[in-house]
Ligand binder design. Sequence first.
Ligand SMILES: [Zn+2]
Length: 274
Amino acid sequence: MSDVPPLLWGYLTALVFAFGACVGSFLNVGIYRIPREESVIAPRSHCPHCGKLIAWHDNIPLVSWLVLRARCRQCGEKISIRYFLVESLTAVLFLLVWREYGVDPRTPVYLLIMAGLVLGTFVDLEHLIIPDRVSLGGIAAGLILSPLVPSLHGVTGALAGFKMALIGLAAGAGVLWLVGVLGKLAFKKDAMGLGDVKLLGGLGALLGWQAVVFIIMASSLVGSLVGVGMIVSGHKEWQSRVPYGPYLAVAAGVWILWGFRWWAAYVTWLRPPM
Ligand SMILES: [Zn+2]
């Protein structure tokens, strides 16, 4: 972003970080309440232990967790580190998207995807489900946003964007569905959750079939590495407890931040210009 003065750039960067922390704070509410089928809007935040309302000055993203030293001001019960992790992770991811794309129509879409991935990952880790709001929401967002921001798929024109979203949806959901069917035939048990199928369908609709190829390769690579790590460290039993959704999410995040560019470089390398 050479056309933005450095001081304004610095100010906007700080603003994006703070915005990310606030979104992370809201995601924390969703991570706790959505699997429990509670409303994410009302009632106001309260301590899950003593039920007391949390004052606004004890509910400032990142800051309050540190100031209160991870304890409820009323009852002294420990506040999970997850609150701090989700807020800082979301803030950093927002910062990275901003640094990579800056003022661009794709930026808000990528921020939305990052928020959805953080929400889906932490719910999946704890409850072994990916909320429909994330997966089906991703599919809907892909079909609506791709015609509006066709550059998500590296094309121009609303119709081309919509077509790419449909292809990406079919590629993402289709491939994982097939893996699930074959896995069930081979292992006689569910190898792939429907939540994963819907999630990759949504990511395909938003990011295109190229992203689906990358996400499948990268997520199985990361999954194998973590699996080997668990066996080596003597925690083999953890393997069955880690769902696949978080691997899909990590791979999708890497694709958004760097993979898109790697792909373009790879295609150029395959077909060098005349
Ligand atoms: Zn409390």
